[in-house]
Design a protein around this ligand. Sequence first.
Ligand code: PLP
Length: 399
Amino acid sequence: MPFDPLNLVDEGERLRTSERARSIKPSPIRKTIDLAESRPDIVGLHTGEPDFATPGHIVEAGSLALQNGYTHYTHGAGILKLREAISRKLLEDNGIEANPETEITVTVGGYAAMFAIIQATIDPGDEVVIAQPSWPPYSSYVKLADGVPVHVPLEGPEFEPSRADVEPLLTEKTKMIIVNSPNNPTGSVYSRSCLLDLAEMAKEHSMYVVSDEVYEKIVFDGNEHFSIASRSEFKDAAITVNSFSKTYAMTGWRIGYVVANQTTTSEIRKIHDFMVSCAPACAQKAALEALSGPQDCVSDMVEEYGRRREQIVTGLNEIEGFYCTLPKGTFYAFPNVSKLGIPSAKLAEELLDKAAVASIPGDGFGKAGEGYMRFSFASSRQNIQEALTRIKAWRTKHR
Ligand code: PLP
């Protein structure tokens, strides 16, 4: 309690939480997870994580690490061997040249990576451009840094931002644009030309461009994932976020990384160090195995997501009022439900209460998501079938 001998501050005043904390809303996804957990009858297509177990060789490496004493703090930026493996992966897979000593930071997942980036780059009043619908933490992190999120509403089914959409919103306060491709929640994969246009714009306006690439491996139909930082002319402005969570079914291990120029990296490292000290040591050893071990586990999972993608999109399109295009990437179907004439939040409630199916309303990803729903197909084909049957039955009853 602060020293207050004259008792000038009343108890209510002292115990008030910060305006900053109160200014952000809890994640809509967390709310649904909590609700769904209390209902064992629910078929959950709401969570954004692989239903697969982490591949055995990665689990073994993590557990061996624990047995071998990897139970301590590591270097704040991550074990050097892991950063070196990430550097090789970046070059081979993404065409990004990154120095493991000075430009790569291992983080507690993409979440901590994004939080640290924003804290390290955004001053009060700085504006950050975010295309919507978008992953909710981006806007919250900007607000927590006293920055201003500037939302660019996108239209479906493409949901691809163009320079013409973004440029009119830029001011002298715009400091950054965040791009996320493959995109959560829309499933879109931005074309190379779209990303290059945005990067060019960012460069001309001296802005950072943060590229969240955590779904990079989950792409279908030969769609290409492109990394802005692979182009040397954008390397200085680009900050790349990646993670082991989605690619290797490692959400619970909490491990990801950031790639940025040396100056930005040293600020990001300071923030991440003060937040969490380092990513879990055993998870870092598991991540090293994920990168250096066999990769067929990744293609096997992506193939299965591909089968489920067909199943859920076909099934949703058979239900009156749901119109769904095939997502180019990620494991989310994002059907347009505006013909139903029910606000997405209400529809999510209805589906939960009456059909026992958990989904995320499109407006949870910003106003531009209204009229859409997110269904995750990182769930078994039986679960998807059951959910479709239930939604269909609900729809038949509620014409
Ligand atoms: N970025 C996007 C777009 C996501 O959807 C997520 C998780 O859902 C993350 C980043 C962070 O994932 P993690 O912290 O598990 O790496």
